[in-house]
Design a protein. Structure first.
Length: 77
């Protein structure tokens, strides 16, 4: 199936261009997508994933034509 991935440039993902369509396996979850994007597990803990403008969990299943935003968690004070 195909989804659109929008990634924050701060993540510096080498294998995806933000806004591009990406083919993923059927029954792909957010966790699976982070692995496909080759984001190390330790770094995945500081990433927020939004699917169709809704916050998601690692177990969230993706669907055809979903728009997935991958963002770094920002902190500050």
């Amino acid at each position: 199936m195909k989804i659109r991935v929008e990634a924050n440039p701060a993540l510096r993902l080498e294998n995806v261009v933000s806004g591009s369509v990406m083919k993923v396996p059927d029954k792909c979850t957010v966790r699976d997508l982070l692995d496909l994007l080759k984001i190390p597990k330790v770094r995945q803990k500081s990433i927020l994933v939004i699917v169709n403008d809704e916050p998601s969990w690692n177990s969230t299943r993706l669907h055809e034509e979903d728009v997935v935003k991958v963002l770094p968690v920002m902190g500050g004070g």
